[in-house]
Design a protein around this ligand. Sequence first.
Ligand code: MD3
Ligand code: FE
Length: 200
Amino acid sequence: PPTLRLRGAEVWQGWLDGAAQAALVEDLRGLIKAAPLFSPTTRWGKQMSVQMTSAGRYGWFSDRRGYRYIDRHPSGTPWPPIPERVLAIWRALVSAERMPDCCLVNLYRESARMGLHQDRDEADFSWPVLSVSLGDDGLFRIGGTERGGRTESLWLKSGDVLRLGGEARLAYHGIDRIRPGSSTLLKGGGRINLTLRVVD
Ligand code: MD3
Ligand code: FE
């Protein structure tokens, strides 16, 4: 069972031990070599502070035309497969019947943040979203399904896993800031979040 619930978000604190976290980071090193990180531009022409890449059938992308899922890295090469160790977390906490189509990799260095938003570009909201935190602590904020409602915050730590299903699937959420230097997991510091989604 989850160790904590926050506005419908289920949190498994410390789901990954140190060795499991280090193994995941090794997988991500290879993934990022195949599909380099980039900072997407929003439709208003502003560069995002978070660096991203993806694995799986689809990757998340944004430019002046707006955000959407695309089937290749912006360089034109296909997205790499989702690492088996990442799929194992999905199998344990979501389903062994259906695998995610997209593993979005978000890298937060020093002053990166992610404003409050909803994840609603997917076809079927009955599938939960799964999030894995690695590296520095991140201040997560979650509200309800309406913009401007009351919100609650939680520091996500390395090894924590979040499942957003049911009502929480369409909740507004974001990352206000990270706590630089709070973890030594990543060379160069910062926080990585993996977001697993069924897209279509
Ligand atoms: C709540 N990522 O990529 S993870 C995103 O830490 C995103 O990088 C943040 O929001 C990050 O879209 C937050 C936690 C999370 C992920 C998906 C959610 C919370 C969510 C979907 C619905 C509700
Ligand atoms: Fe999101």
